[in-house]
Design a protein around this ligand. Structure first.
Ligand code: C2E
Ligand code: CA
Ligand code: CA
Ligand code: CA
Length: 380
């Protein structure tokens, strides 16, 4: 289908894109076919990088189309890669090659988006420095935002909670995902103040949802290894939540295995202290680590989140089905609640219903949303 689409629609769309860009930028655009469904667009020097963001948006808009092809409904999107002269190459050949690498990365990220070559591939020694400076500036300029992804009960289909997920709204690159900046946040230590800000912001938000009538909505907070090892984490969290005030019983903390296994005795003690306050303890990304189950499940968890990697390809992968079934049964045997994350298809949903998973999260129901969008979802 991709090839056919490229031939049939590519040319027409590309002309439309060129026309629109020419109007908006007031400059001639060089267009080139690379193959059936890959095109190159060459822009003259732009004054400000923000222009690139506008161009990407224009292209995206032109390409996001629905239509019927041989009686099947097709949705088309564009994956874009950007290489800048002279930074990403001084010859056309090199620029194209690097743009293509960035494009492949955009495709891997799920398509319908853009990646910059430098952002993806050059975060080596010299660039960490740049990105670090940018990230500090982002934090100071309040470019960080908290998004909320619903957790949906499979018992009654209702939204029972939300997971707070950080987003960086970069003025030029658009929304940058935590995979790209969490390591910087950790290395610079900025994760400490940022983490407190997430709890405060999300806590206030959830309280306002409680007041608007969604009284039992829970808030899930992610905590990294570094955050977990802060000696006074419990006191700090408790203080922030008490000031909001959001009841501790509405808060669940999501930890991953590496946080816990460095020092299991201390980890157990700390988790128990959170539990004593009334918070729920969740083991995140379950199944991806290396510890034996017997060992891992000695920690005082209330719930377990099955990692996305088992959920994806579940339907035609008997091994993942067996693992997932076993995890659910085992968790229930230990009185733990089970959440499946990354549920994207009806088939996956059906599987989890059938196997009595307690809650799901995933694009099928909703991606992470801004507070405003989440409010709309609650109201719908
Ligand atoms: P995580 O805690 O495992 O979060 C789940 C990730 O899966 C999120 O990525 C979410 O957007 C994504 N996701 C949700 N549903 C689907 C789906 O159906 N399909 C696919 N493919 N992905 C889905 P995100 O938001 O990019 O966050 C990545 C990681 O960054 C998180 O993984 C978490 O470990 C970390 N993180 C995010 N926010 C915070 C934070 O405030 N504090 C800390 N310490 N870590 C955070
Ligand atoms: Ca999580
Ligand atoms: Ca996870
Ligand atoms: Ca993860």
């Amino acid at each position: 289908v991709r090839d056919t689409l490229g031939y049939i629609y590519g040319d027409r769309l590309l002309q439309a894109v060129a026309h629109r860009l020419k109007e908006n930028l007031g400059q001639d655009i060089l267009l080139a076919y690379l193959n059936a469904d890959e095109f190159a667009i060459v822009l003259e020097p732009v004054e400000h990088k923000r222009v690139i963001g506008d161009v990407l948006e224009d292209i995206q808009e032109q390409f996001s189309q629905h239509f019927l092809l041989k009686k099947r409904e097709v949705f088309m999107t564009a994956s874009m890669g950007v290489a800048l002269y002279p930074r990403d190459g001084r010859t056309m050949e090199k620029l194209l090659r690097n743009a293509k690498k960035a494009m492949n990365e955009a495709r891997k990220q799920g398509g319908n988006g853009a990646e910059f070559y430098t952002a993806v591939f050059n975060i080596g020694a010299s660039n960490t420095f740049v990105l670090e400076a940018e990230f500090r500036r982002a934090w100071e300029n309040q470019e960080l935002e908290v998004y909320y992804q619903p957790k949906v009960s499979l018992t009654n289909g209702e939204i029972v909670g939300c997971e707070a997920l950080l987003r960086w709204q970069h003025p030029e690159r658009g929304r940058v995902s935590p995979d790209k900046f969490m390591s910087i946040a950790e290395e610079t230590g900025l994760i400490d103040p940022i983490g407190e800000w997430v709890v405060k912001t999300a806590g206030q938000q959830v309280l306002s949802w409680h007041k608007a009538g969604w009284k039992d909505l829970r808030l899930a907070i992610n905590l990294s290894s570094r955050q977990f090892s802060q000696i006074n984490l419990r006191q700090r969290l408790a203080k922030i939540l008490a000031a909001i005030p959001l009841g501790f019983q509405y808060v669940e903390l999501e930890f991953t295995e590496p946080s816990l296994i460095q020092n299991p005795a201390i980890a157990t003690q700390r988790l128990n202290a959170f539990k004593a306050l009334g918070m729920q303890i969740v083991i995140d990304d379950f199944g991806t680590g290396y510890s034996s189950l017997n060992y891992l499940l000695r920690f005082p968890f209330d719930a377990l989140k099955i990692d996305q990697c088992f959920v994806q390809n579940l339907v035609d992968n008997p091994t993942n089905q067996a693992i997932t079934k076993a995890i659910i049964q085992m968790a229930h045997g230990l009185n733990l609640k089970v959440t499946a994350e990354g549920v994207e298809t009806e088939d996956e949903l059906e599987f989890f219903c059938e196997h009595q998973c307690d809650e799901i999260q995933g694009y099928l129901f909703s991606p992470p949303l801004s507070a405003r969008e989440f409010t709309k979802l609650l109201q719908s």
